[in-house]
Ligand binder design. Structure first.
Ligand code: NAD
Length: 456
């Protein structure tokens, strides 16, 4: 079947009102949950085959998040789908005003490879909750996960509601030629631009979940051992292949050496080995080579070894990194952590402001004035004070970027809203007619209008 035919079938199904009722949405979400539960082991095996991700991490960062997403949507859907009354202004009195969250229609979800199941399925769950039909195009780089998702989705869903299309650049480009009602893309800013341009041809609304360099700042007032523990976990989870991983850390000069020692001992304690299942592989050779080039041998404070056989890179600390070094010119997206010395907090904020708005930012400080300055001066998608990554786990916090790190957001109610159009409706009774808006226009009418609108 061609993409156009798949899409036409979805369009017909949507037009016949099969996706919109509360019960249809609940049924879709329950099927999704059943699919995840009955295929939990298969999904873990697929991500392990792709890049050695353990069941522990797959449960924590993929499967459990999706189950929680579905449960929240099922609990809240009745509330989210209810028409929301708003105040009617004086000019329109008497009457009623309300908004209805209506589905866009046919949605295209394009996924990234680094959390292949979660990043593909989470937007789909939101789209189905909002009453849409969906075509999912997972990343071809996590091929086992993509195949597994395609297989199980075909078993549990009619392609008229939800189907998976596999492929790389050629297939995605062909899909993007087709007219969708909403496109949700997760991936790099470079491809985000391509998706945005393709969507513009059809004036299709898009959500772009992109990446970039997410900065962390480690200040003297931080609880150092706690901060380093959290930073190490956040950076080396998924071998740094996390869009919201701290890309680099500014460390205050007064705690620089002590911090490096702590980073080293914390890394050693965490036993980052593929064999112990505490670590994962780099997704492919191309990324392994790209990352290897970013390791300046003379600046390695810890790690630095690249193993081609296992496709792994040791957790690597780079010390005395300058802002002009190659590792500071691109998103690292791997297990390399540059530690940059700083003396003035304001200079750090100024550097971050002079660069693209990051997807995430992290501040480790117990000094209120620093927290305020960081919050007031920096623009970023989301972030944490005295932690890293964990903001993503709260469904009440919309997740998304700003500027080059993305546009739009999802998770929890924000996901439902992202896949819904808010239709505004004014309902007027027939009993009462204010004559002021109708011709013939007179001075008396004008005077009354001005009085009513409080212009005089
Ligand atoms: P990518 O942009 O290379 O690929 C993403 C998707 O786009 C894939 O499905 C791929 O098949 C497709 N694609 C690739 N090239 C294309 C082209 N020329 N035309 C059309 N489609 C194309 O990204 P990636 O390598 O999968 O992921 C890494 C990037 O994604 C990083 O920048 C990371 O920060 C970002 N990311 C962001 C989030 C987020 O939630 N904001 C999550 C994960 C990853």
């Amino acid at each position: 079947m061609t993409y156009t035919e798949i899409l036409q079938n979805q369009r017909d199904y949507f037009k016949a009102q099969h996706t919109k009722t509360l019960s249809a949405r609940q049924t879709a979400l329950r099927s999704f949950k059943q699919m995840l539960i009955e295929n939990e082991a298969k999904l873990y095996a697929a991500v392990e085959a792709d890049f050695g991700k353990s069941e522990h991490e797959a449960f924590l960062t993929e499967w459990s998040i999706l189950i929680k997403d579905i449960d929240e949507a099922l609990d809240s859907l009745k509330n989210w789908t209810k028409p929301q009354k708003v105040r009617t202004n004086l000019v329109n009195w008497p009457g009623k005003s309300f908004t209805i969250a209506e589905p866009f229609g046919q949605c295209l979800v394009i996924g990234a490879w680094n959390y292949p199941i979660q990043l593909s399925f989470a937007p789909v769950i939101a789209a189905l909750a909002a009453g849409n039909t969906v075509i999912l195009k997972p990343s071809e780089l996590a091929a086992n996960s993509a195949q597994c998702m395609a297989d199980i989705v075909a078993t549990y869903f009619s392609p008229k509601l939800f189907t998976v299309v596999q492929g790389g650049i050629a297939e995605t480009s062909a899909l993007l030629e087709t007219r969708f009602d909403k496109i949700f893309f997760t991936g790099s800013p470079a491809v985000g631009r391509i998706v945005y341009q393709a969507a513009a041809k059809h004036l299709t609304p898009v959500t772009l979940e992109l990446g970039g360099k997410s900065p962390a700042i480690l200040t003297p007032s931080a609880n150092l051992s706690v901060a380093v523990k959290r930073l190490v976990w956040a950076k080396f989870l998924n071998a740094g292949q996390t869009c919201i991983a701290p890309d680099y850390v500014f460390v205050h000069d007064s705690i620089y050496e002590e911090s490096i020692a702590l980073f080293k001992s914390t890394i050693a304690n965490n036993d980052y080995q593929l064999a112990s299942k505490n670590y994962v592989q780099i997704i492919n050779e191309r990324h392994l080579e790209r990352l290897e080039r970013l390791i300046a041998k003379e600046k390695v404070a810890h790690g630095g070894k690249v193993d081609r056989n296992t496709r792994t890179i040791e957790p690597t600390l780079l010390r005395d990194i300058g802002l002009e070094d190659p590792v500071m010119q691109e998103e690292i997206f791997g297990p390399i952590l540059p530690l940059i010395r700083y003396t003035h907090f304001e200079e750090v904020l100024s550097y971050i402001q002079d660069h693209e708005k990051p997807l995430s930012a992290y501040l480790f400080s117990n000094y209120q004035a620093e927290q305020n300055a960081w919050l007031d001066q920096l623009s970023f998608g989301g972030g944490c004070i005295n932690d890293a990554i964990m903001h993503i786990t709260n469904p009440n916090l919309p997740f998304g970027g700003v500027g080059q790190s993305g546009t739009g957001s999802y998770h929890g109610k924000a996901g439902f809203t992202t896949f819904s159009h808010l239709k505004s409706v004014f309902k007027k009774p027939n009993i009462f007619e204010v004559p002021l808006k109708y011709p013939p226009y007179t001075q008396t009418k004008m005077d009354w209008i001005k009085r009513l609108l409080k212009f005089s």
